[in-house]
Design a protein around this ligand. Structure first.
Ligand SMILES: [Mg+2]
Length: 305
């Protein structure tokens, strides 16, 4: 059975500008075995070329730009498909600006069809301009819903979701959020993965570290999902969610051998199952609602890439 992988980056391949141990060998095994894969990130600030250079500097050379699918590319594809003659006023950085330019979506600071909010620094002057455009009828679109993104283990930065929330509050209009977990992101990523594979894929697996984006989006798109515990999710909190990953592993290094040999392991042999009982497997916990989860004291959800 031909399997392809959609792979989140932060918390899966690297963390705090450091490669997760075994991640380079995992990617090498994918390349050597001819297994199709695509990196899937909600960060709309970098271009695919920027991300390829970043991986190279981290110790994973030889990955080309076509192996990345960002929320910026997803947003540009969305506009190109649904409203190709539209114009946009953009709050964002190189990734979203380049993606829109490549799709021939014109910038317009006077009467744009959309205000597009991406990741990155902005100014009160630009927010005011965006606010005025929305008041004049522009629709509000965000590249991704992340309110904040990790910078280090002790530091975060505001994400596109919080910038869009500012404009939602000031204009009273709701934004439409692309990127994970939006099904359009997964639908398009799956299509791009099939193009890379050159043959029909019978099995597509999302590997990610965040329940709210990676695992939820994969579940809703009908894909298998592997949760890694090398990023934002602790094993103990998995049972707080209605949707569950297909499989839980410590890091992507746990997959290297089976990709090399072509023999999938028994999922119950995964290191994560060395613990007594996964909270999510306790009877009665697996189908709890999000509302129930909100009653439990827990840190704010990790809406990371
Ligand atoms: Mg992540």
């Amino acid at each position: 059975m031909k399997t392809g992988y959609l792979i989140d980056m932060d918390g899966v391949i690297y963390r705090e500008n450091q490669l997760i141990p075994g991640a380079a060998d995992f990617i090498q095994a994918l390349v050597a075995s001819g297994t199709p894969f695509l990196f899937l990130t909600n960060n709309s600030a970098p271009t695919p070329e920027d991300l390829a250079v970043r991986l190279k500097h981290l110790g994973i050379p030889g990955i080309s730009a076509r192996h990345f699918y960002t929320s910026a590319l997803n947003t540009a594809e969305f506009l190109c498909e649904t409203d190709p003659a539209c114009t946009v006023f953009v709050l964002g950085e190189g990734g979203i600006l380049t993606a829109l330019h490549e799709r021939k979506i014109a910038n317009d600071a006077i009467h744009p069809s959309y205000v597009v909010v991406g990741e990155g620094a902005t100014t009160m002057e630009k927010l005011t301009k965006a606010h005025e455009c929305i008041e004049r009828g522009a629709r509000l679109l965000a590249t991704n819903p992340d309110n904040w993104c990790p910078v280090s283990s002790e530091k975060t930065r505001p994400g596109a979701g919080s910038t869009a929330a500012f404009l939602e509050a000031s204009t009273g209009r709701r934004a439409y959020y692309l990127g994970k977990p939006n099904g359009y992101m997964f639908h398009r990523a799956r299509r791009k993965l099939a193009e890379i594979a050159l043959i029909a894929l019978e099995n597509v697996i999302m590997i990610g570290d965040t329940m709210e984006t990676d695992i939820r989006g994969a579940f809703e798109a009908g894909l298998q999902s592997f949760l890694v515990l090398s990023g934002s999710t602790q094993l103990e909190s998995v049972g707080d969610y209605v949707y569950q990953p297909t499989r839980i592993i410590q890091t992507v290094a746990d997959l290297t051998e089976e990709i090399t040999t072509g023999k999938p392991s028994d999922r119950m042999n995964s290191p994560a199952f060395g613990h007594e009982v996964l909270p999510g497997n306790k009877r009665g916990m697996r189908h709890q609602t999000d509302i129930f989860a909100l009653h439990k004291p827990r840190p704010r959800p990790a809406m990371t890439k």
